[in-house]
Write a protein of this length. Structure first.
Length: 484
């Protein structure tokens, strides 16, 4: 008699084991990213006596919005390099090196020079990491694997562990030792993540190294020439003052719109996309719009909510003043608690769970409600808003995020044409780029004297967009051709 012994697959909380490596590198990349971003805005507008650069507040929010948008806009570059030249895994490794160098520049080079060099390197590197890491997670699952959404939720947990720890450490260092020590901690965190990834990268599946749509060798000189022209053009515009800092976020908004239109046109017109794939891409367009609207409000955590925390929030805890950046760690705590709950709900519901368009609509509506919750505190005095009140609002932010963000990452891989696998993920991040840059532009209209109009109008617009998406969810479901 022959006895067959079944070898059980080693898993990471029930998910493919390779998810653990991607979980780790994204955790440390987000530690550095959010740790730095937690103190970036106040570094820009705090006066020199408090260790800052003394930039006008509206200009500072524009810079932060433009930088945040550029991170997600850079996912297009990273995705193109992954799909056409190097494969996702190699782009991920190189991008992580760029991120570490950017944080070192912020830590070691003083003034606006360090800010410019550091933010450009981090934007390019973080964009490459985000597009490729998400795409590689998608390769770990079959198209109809029921673990997919739960796996992305677990991956999202790693992101938020980093987002929790980063602002706590950099905020303490900024308050007790200075801004550059905080930026230095972000650099050390990224170095840890890079080391961990380098030691385990060989265990990733072979598909992570596949170049989906190789660039013909004869076109390489043209690509290099265009990249060189773009770099020179941006440098000239910056040096001649034609890229004013006060309008950077608006420039990134317009650029994101143009790139999105061009990208959709390229994918939809490609001869490598069949009829079913083309219908799925069309279905992604309303999701893209809703996502951009959602992120234009959500990402104000790093613009308006940071100013709100600095000037309106009562941060006194038993005689000790909590660092401004610590407010950025409230959301990750809630994500860590609730992401497992949402993953369990989706797994338990299985095929009975709401469709992706309905989840997107619900996320956008809940985000609008979160902005309306600021209204009871409008008109109160400086440093008078209770911490518990803002914590409750951020809880609603978190519920909205969990309805849309991990689901958006997942659906972008499910709707992606085979020849545009990583670039479709970049399209989702392009919606985040548009929304993030718009958050910097919108922040220029915020003031303590007009909070009712600001929060009320933006909240109402988000609710209307969500309701419209809900109304067309069934036609969208048909266009998605079997993808939920």
């Amino acid at each position: 008699m022959t006895v067959t012994v079944e070898k059980r697959e080693k898993t990471f909380f029930g998910q493919p084991r390779a998810l653990a490596n991607l979980f780790g590198v994204e955790l440390w990349e987000r530690f550095s990213f959010y740790g730095m971003q937690g103190i970036l805005l106040i570094y820009l507008y705090y006066e020199a006596g408090r260790g800052g650069l003394g930039i006008d507040q509206d200009t500072a929010t524009s810079i932060v919005g433009a930088y945040g948008g550029s991170v997600y806009l850079a996912t297009v570059i990273g995705a193109w390099l992954a799909d056409r030249m190097f494969g996702p895994e190699r782009v991920l490794f190189g991008s992580a090196i760029l991120v570490m160098c950017g944080h070192l520049a912020l830590a070691l080079i003083p003034g606006l020079t360090g800010v410019a060099i550091g933010l450009i390197l981090i934007a390019l590197g973080s964009g490459g990491v985000k597009a490729t890491a998400t795409s590689i997670v998608g390769t770990l699952y079959g198209e109809h694997d029921p673990r997919r959404d739960a796996g992305f939720s677990l991956f999202y947990l790693g992101i938020n562990l980093g987002a929790l720890l980063g602002p706590l450490l950099t905020g303490l260092l900024q308050q007790d030792a200075g801004f550059h020590y905080g930026f230095g901690a972000a650099a050390v965190g990224m170095a840890i993540g890079l080391t961990q990834y380098a030691l385990s990268r060989r265990n990733l599946p072979g598909s992570a190294r596949t170049v989906a749509n190789p660039l013909p060798r004869r076109r390489l000189p043209l690509v290099v020439a265009l990249a060189g022209v773009a770099i020179v053009l941006i440098a000239v515009l910056a040096l001649t003052g034609l890229l004013p800092a006060a309008h950077l976020s608006t420039i990134v908004v317009l650029l994101s719109i143009l790139v999105a239109i061009a990208y959709f046109a390229v994918i939809l017109s490609s001869h490598r996309v069949d009829g079913t794939e083309r219908r799925r891409v069309f279905a992604f367009i309303p999701l893209f719009i809703a996502s951009a609207a959602f992120w234009s409000l959500y990402q104000q955590q790093f613009t308006v909510v940071t100013i709100y925390s600095d000037k309106r929030l009562d941060r006194d805890l038993f005689g000790w003043t909590m660092p401004v950046s610590w407010v950025q760690s409230i959301n990750p705590v809630m994500i860590i608690v609730l992401s497992g709950v949402f993953a369990a709900i989706w797994l338990r519901l299985g095929d009975r769970q709401p469709s992706t368009p309905v989840k997107f609509a619900a996320g956008t509506i809940v985000m609008g409600i979160a902005f309306l919750l600021f209204l009871p505190f409008a008109g109160s005095g400086p440093n008078s808003v209770p911490l518990l009140g803002l914590t409750g609002i951020i809880l609603v932010f978190t519920i909205a995020e969990l309805l849309l963000s991990p689901v958006g990452l997942s659906v972008s891989t499910k709707l992606a044409p085979a020849a545009f696998r990583t670039q479709m993920v970049a399209l989702f991040f392009l919606s985040v780029a548009l929304g993030t840059a718009l958050s910097g532009t919108l922040a220029g209209y915020y003031s303590e004297d007009h909070e009712t109009a600001y929060f009320g109008i933006l909240g109402a617009i988000a609710i209307v967009i969500g309701l419209l998406l809900w109304l067309i969810s069934k036609p969208l479901q048909r266009l998605m051709s079997g993808v939920r």
